[in-house]
Design a binder for this molecule. Structure first.
Ligand SMILES: [Fe+2]
Length: 170
């Protein structure tokens, strides 16, 4: 596919997001498993459900465009998730390999927020392209996901500041 206009770049962005969301779908259950903090577990489980809807929204947009999602892998998300998983796997090449459970929770939130910020950036761009290209309905679907990602990000900040970081600081 030649990227010779904004519509092609829009489709490229949508594919990137589609790959990112699918990688998140695989990563979230491991994050749920990795924490003993019930509030954090719930936050990740809630986001897993939201993510399933977000994948469906993207599929609806591909349908509207008469396009098929490509199987290309979003390398940006792959790297962010890999770093997060290095904490869970206690990867000695990434840090010393020992991590306290409460510190792991703080690291999991930091990693989840990196994911959210990547998505906020991608969805913001895609929404703006959709608007410019006159795809009003697609712009509003993308805005819905963007709002969910922003809300998740705020909830994670709240959880970090009100409890997880405090426990990790002890
Ligand atoms: Fe998402």
């Amino acid at each position: 596919m030649k990227l010779d206009n904004l519509k092609q770049l829009y489709i490229h962005e949508l594919n990137d997001l589609y790959s990112a969301e699918n990688q998140i779908l695989e990563a979230l259950p491991k994050m749920v498993e990795a924490t003993d903090d019930s509030r954090l577990k719930n936050a990740f489980m809630k986001h897993l459900e939201l993510t399933k809807h977000q994948v469906r929204r993207l599929e609806e947009i591909f349908d509207q465009l008469g396009e098929k999602a490509e199987s290309s892998k979003c390398e940006g998300m792959k790297g962010i998730i890999k770093e997060g998983e290095s904490f869970i796997k206690k990867d000695k090449s990434f840090f010393r390999g020992d991590i306290d459970n409460d510190v792991l929770d703080a690291a999991l939130i930091a990693s989840a927020q990196r994911v959210e910020h990547y998505e906020i950036s991608g969805y913001g761009t895609a929404r703006t392209y959709a608007k410019h290209l006159g795809y009003t309905e697609q712009a509003s679907l993308l805005q819905q996901t963007l709002d969910e990602e922003s809300r998740t990000d705020r909830e994670l900040t709240e959880l970090a500041e009100s409890s997880v970081n405090i426990k990790a600081a002890k």
